[in-house]
Design a protein around this ligand. Sequence first.
Ligand code: GLC
Length: 805
Amino acid sequence: MKYGYFDGEHKEYVITRPDTPAPWANYLGSPEYGAIISGNAGGYSFVKSGANGRIIRYRFNSIMSDQPGRYIYLRDRENGDFWSASWQPVGKSLDRYTSECHHGTAYTRIVSTYDDIQSETLYYVPLNKTHEVWRTRITNTGTRPRKLSVTGYVEFTNSGNYEQDSVNLQYTLFTSKTYFRGNKILQAINENIKGHAGPDDSDENGAGIWRFFGLAGAEAARYDGDRDIFVGNYRDYSNPYGIEKGCTNTLNFNGNSCGALQSDIELAPGETKELIYLLGAYAERGANAIQAHYQNAGVVDREWEELKSYWHSRLNRFQVKTPSDNLNHMVNTWNAYQCFITFVWSRAASFQYCGLRNGLGYRDTVQDIQGIMHLDPEMARERLTLMLSAQVSNGGGLPLVKFDHNPGHEKTPDDPEYGAETGHPAYRADDALWLFPTLIRYLKESGNWGYVDEVIPYADKEAGTVYDHMKRAIQFSLDRMGPHNMPAGLHADWNDCLRLGAKGESLFVAFQLYMAYNVFQELAERKGNEQDVAWAIKKREELDRTIQENAWEVDQFIRGFMEEGGVIGSREDTEASIWLEPQTWSVLSGAARPEQAKLAMDSVYQKLNTKYGAMVCYPPINRDGHPVLLMSLFNPTTKENGGIFSQPQGWLILAESILGNGNRAFEYFQEINPASMNEEADIRKIEPYVHGQFVEAVDSPFFGRGHVHWLTGTASTVMVSLAEGIMGVQPQFDGLKIDPCVPEDWKEFSLFREFRGKALNIQVQNPQGVQKGVKSIVLNGEELSGSVIPEDRMKAENEVVITMG
Ligand code: GLC
């Protein structure tokens, strides 16, 4: 079943059937003022923190009702019939009601029709602002004059803290009040208390926490500020009393606050009227200013244009036109946009993440940076600098970097306070090693070689150049080696469910370390530091011997060693006998011998691959509840316990492209490409335009069902695999290497890429239908030797023709 389509030209996904199998969401604003909205206008908003700054409610884990949200009710004042401008919450029969939801880049526009009335509602947060706008335009498409009431509605929280608001009712129900002043509902919490530290505004005396829901462009004839009065006893959002009978001008005192603003309008045939609802955490003065701003004609359209051009200008830095529309939509819009959203929002807030995670996971964030590298290297650098400043002076990463991170002054997992405060009591083995692939990508994308000498503080004490940070990251692993001289697994490696401890060892981290030596060698060579070059080579050779002696079994790499000596991920095991991460990383790190790479990747294809992607291990654990294998907490086929974990799929695609297997790389991509599930949305359930964290695997009764939408490292790994692997665009220190790895039936394709301020239009021809290999590159009419386009030969605008063969 299909519920919508991709509109590549406008960079939108258009939901044409609103009864999607799950709430299909979009993101508005930024974590400064963040809003999540579904195709039926469900969702919530917050200021600064999803956990502590929540201003409107959303009920998680309720029956699939996706409520409440940003509602606009329409009522025919002559016959009493009513509906909503989004299909839900009234939910009229789809025989008579149509809805088109256009999820775009940081805006959502819902167009609906019912009984000769069309409404078109645009929801957005203006760029760099901390309020939200819902502009609705209501048109009489019929032939008789109409009298309607239009009601905008929100359900406020009574406490910005999500948990307090949900459960501490003996307190929160008695702290909030509402007022109606100046065409808006104002909500005050703890009105008499001065000096609140929360993100919400206080009044001119510095007292209370205030929010507002206001109107511009129309007058509210009636209102309600009390949710239970508005909805009415034994009713719900599909038939509120305040809509059926009319709002009663009742304000909240000792109950749940809401904002309901009801206007009466009349529409001649063909006539359109516009109402603008505004929401934010502002007291009266700030709210008045916002309302006044929207009295000016054209403001909304200007802000909307600004928003589109902000996003599109970033996404347009890399555009492709290949024979696969599904791939094009992902690279050109959705995968790229998801990379930004995941980068900016980290794992803070979605319909699964309730906003309680108040910080940046080290490994997640350092990987997220890679996904936007080619689109905004400056933004990438800022975040990379932050993450380097969250590296402890012993070289390890802080597992969680708090939003108020204070470099040079932080406690670390060595201090009990850090664990108590963050819930992360111990170091992970992988965290700081992610810096290597991210840093090298930044240097090669930007050409900013001077960055390696920049001095950045460590999280706890001391400071060092970026180069020094990298050396200490390696040292962190070297100081924590296990009995086979492989890196210890510590509290986790990439796989959060592996507790291998200080004596257990992780092959995944061994491959990360192998890559780290390669990158460090490259840096040392460029710096002319021969001693470090020799050291990196020697250490890598030592590690290589260890890996070769201990970690290879016939046709696969193992996963690691347990503290007491047993192997994890051995062919001999009856459960979890082959794992995806070590096979892919053996190739990405360069550690696998060519014949090992082939055998390992063939094993993945034979033993882990499914039509919806490759399982993270197989068979899932059913009986072996061994303490190091925390994944056995999860149902078999789920998440780390043999699920199709989505993030490693990017490593898989990239590994196959490194090996030159374009057919297989593309096959793997299509298996997990959300867009290729557009017609199978009832199986996948979550959005067909963004990746989720995992997909249930082959033995699940719901094989193919996706979970944990939007905020996942999958966005960056798959983006990198598409950009560098399949499309083959690989920045180098001195230029841009183009070495595509494509399915053999791609006879031609093109791409546009910005690189260090230069524009390149690249045509690729593949007359012999090869999967990899570049025969010639012609830059602005001149043939080059090799596969790198040197930066110093690029003009502002360049025409490049590449012939594969
Ligand atoms: C989740 C975590 C991530 C971890 C992955 C695998 O996605 O956010 O940090 O690497 O699971 O366990």
